[in-house]
Design a protein around this ligand. Structure first.
Ligand SMILES: Cc1cc2nc3c(=O)[nH]c(=O)nc-3n(C[C@H](O)[C@H](O)[C@H](O)COP(=O)(O)OP(=O)(O)OC[C@H]3O[C@@H](n4cnc5c(N)ncnc54)[C@H](O)[C@@H]3O)c2cc1C
Length: 497
């Protein structure tokens, strides 16, 4: 016997979870399956910016940039605990792009999409009079600052899944869709968990949000003929001990006309990325290569006084962008815009190709407008002005931090900051009635305690050490191999959900 739902979503990255949330909020019954952990692929390997993409202006992608800029403040409102404003510094290099061109670009960036209401606008600065000049090499005298926003990317995915689940969606992690076929007015899909348990789901509509595997899903699992080809482009980042001591990020223009960001990361580090490399291998586990590391070191050494070498790298990660193939020869120039397509030749199938984290909510809204029509659901879009994501709300994040610290003076400033910027108002649920660190249970290194681990198991589908150390948090940067072993042993004792 198979169960029947309105929507089966395949893929637990940002697009799949965003669509599941929007759908269940419009009254549809939803099952989402993700073959690994939530956000284990592209959606945790991004540069973590909610941005319009200044450089896409040069490619005349005004529609994409306008759409993305309009989303910045919508998302800041929805999740102020995991998304926050970030100011960027662009040192001026007249031989790469003249000042007039940058001024026009920034003017457009400030005004396109009517997206900027609370974020400050751009301006020109002199490095001799500003803290951001200190780490820069002496040849840089002037530059520009402008606004974008930072996001804890994997947490954005998890919060969308949590909200979807709270509204009634069923979220199945470590569950792969192994076949999908049309039967009358329904899709019949076979799901298989990591432990080999199979389950059949009958769905009125199917969403293919398989990211880099979206074309493969159509070819090998749904056996649907299509004309799309995805161009896979690997992007890598390196993390190094912090290169400077202030809260601004830098955007560095390179002689090959690419740009590389240097961003304050996890308090003690600097994140540097990204590269853009054609990729043909299986997108499951992309890794950085020596040339990419050298490129990123050189890219920063052109600007900072401090010389960076590959030996400084403490961590790196790579992800694969699934971009819809176009005629562009250069990987950096393939459009970053998304394409959603509804195939109504039988039971509806909605395919998602490409996209950015920044535009996931808009993409989900458009997907549900299309699917709603196909399924006879007339409930209106709700996520732009609707309730916030779990832990979010209309609060001032500093006031929330003060409140958490005042009621729990035994929490260090660093730990309280981290918890509030991961869990927002839910920090209080996580800490419960604890009256000291000992009351938080077993210690797993850094400031990770059993109470947080149990919360992540109970509410956020964490099952493995990596889920906790590299996606729900970035404590992997701070714990020892012994800590990881203890956490792994603890998780092994937890009964399966
Ligand atoms: C290097 C890099 C930097 C980026 N920086 C930014 C940025 O700063 N800002 C921004 O807005 N965007 C950025 N992006 C883009 C953004 O990360 C992606 O657009 C987004 O994460 C894509 O999400 P997705 O849900 O489509 O794919 P994914 O996150 O890859 O999710 C697809 C999921 O489908 C699952 N899946 C596949 N097949 C099956 C199956 N048969 N059954 C079950 N599950 C399946 C996979 O396991 C995977 O988890 C960046 C991308 C890269 C690569």
């Amino acid at each position: 016997m198979s169960e029947r739902v309105d929507l089966l979503v395949v893929g637990g990255g940002i697009n799949g979870t965003g669509i599941a949330r929007d759908a269940v909020g419009r009254g549809l019954s939803v099952v989402l399956c993700e073959r690994d952990d939530l956000a284990s692929h592209t959606s945790s390997a991004s540069t973590k910016l909610i941005h319009g993409g200044l450089r896409y202006l040069e490619q005349f992608e005004f529609a994409l940039v306008g759409k993305a800029l309009a989303e910045r403040e919508v998302l800041l409102r929805a999740a102020p605990h995991i998304i926050w404003p970030l100011r960027f510094v662009l040192p001026h290099q007249p031989h790469l792009r003249p000042a007039w061109m940058i001024r026009i670009g920034l003017f457009l960036y400030d005004h396109l999409g009517r997206g900027r209401r609370t974020l400050p606008g751009s301006r020109r600065i002199r490095f001799s009079k500003h803290v951001v000049g200190t780490p820069l090499r002496d040849e840089f005298h002037v530059g520009f600052v402008y606004s974008d926003a930072w996001v804890q990317d994997a947490r954005l995915v998890v919060l969308n899944a949590m909200d979807a689940a709270q509204r009634g969606a069923e979220i199945l992690t470590h569950t792969r869709c192994i076949s999908a076929k049309k039967e009358g007015t329904d899709w019949i899909a076979e799901l298989e968990s990591d432990s080999g348990v199979r389950r059949t789901v009958r769905a009125r509509a199917l969403v293919n949000a398989a990211g880099p595997w979206a074309a493969k899903f159509l070819d090998d699992i749904a056996h649907i003929e299509h004309s799309h080809s995805l161009r896979l482009i690997k992007g890598s980042h390196i993390v190094v001990p912090k290169l400077y001591d202030h809260r601004y990020a830098y955007i560095f223009q390179q002689p090959d006309r690419r740009i590389v960001f240097a961003i304050p990361y996890e308090r003690d580090f600097t994140l540097i990325g990204t590269t853009d490399i054609e990729y043909q291998a299986d997108p499951s586990h992309p890794t950085i290569d020596g040339e990419e590391t050298a490129y990123l070191c050189e890219a920063t050494n052109r600007y900072f006084k401090r010389n960076l070498t590959p030996a400084d790298v403490v961590w790196s990660y790579s992800g694969v962008r699934p971009l819809l193939e176009d005629k562009s020869g250069n990987a950096s120039e393939v459009t970053r815009d998304y394409h959603i397509e509804l195939d109504s030749s039988g039971p509806p199938l909605l395919n998602v190709f490409g996209g950015k984290l920044t535009t996931y909510r808009k993409l989900s809204e458009e997907a549900l407008d299309l699917l709603g029509e196909a399924l006879g659901n007339t409930k209106p879009a709700w996520t732009a002005k609707g309730p916030p994501l779990p832990g979010g709300g209309e609060f001032n994040i500093d006031a929330l931090l003060d409140d958490v610290r005042a009621s729990r003076p035994w929490l260090s400033e660093v730990m309280a900051w981290r918890l509030v910027h991961n869990y927002g108002t839910r920090t209080r649920d996580l800490l419960g009635e604890a009256d000291g660190l000992e009351a938080l249970g077993e210690h797993f290194g850094s400031d990770l305690y059993q109470a947080e681990v149990d919360y992540l198991i109970r509410h956020e589908w964490a099952t493995q050490a990596e889920d906790i150390l590299w996606r729900r948090s970035k404590l992997g940067l701070r714990v020892s191999p012994d800590d990881v072993a203890r956490l792994t042993a603890y998780l092994a004792k937890v009964p399966a959900r």
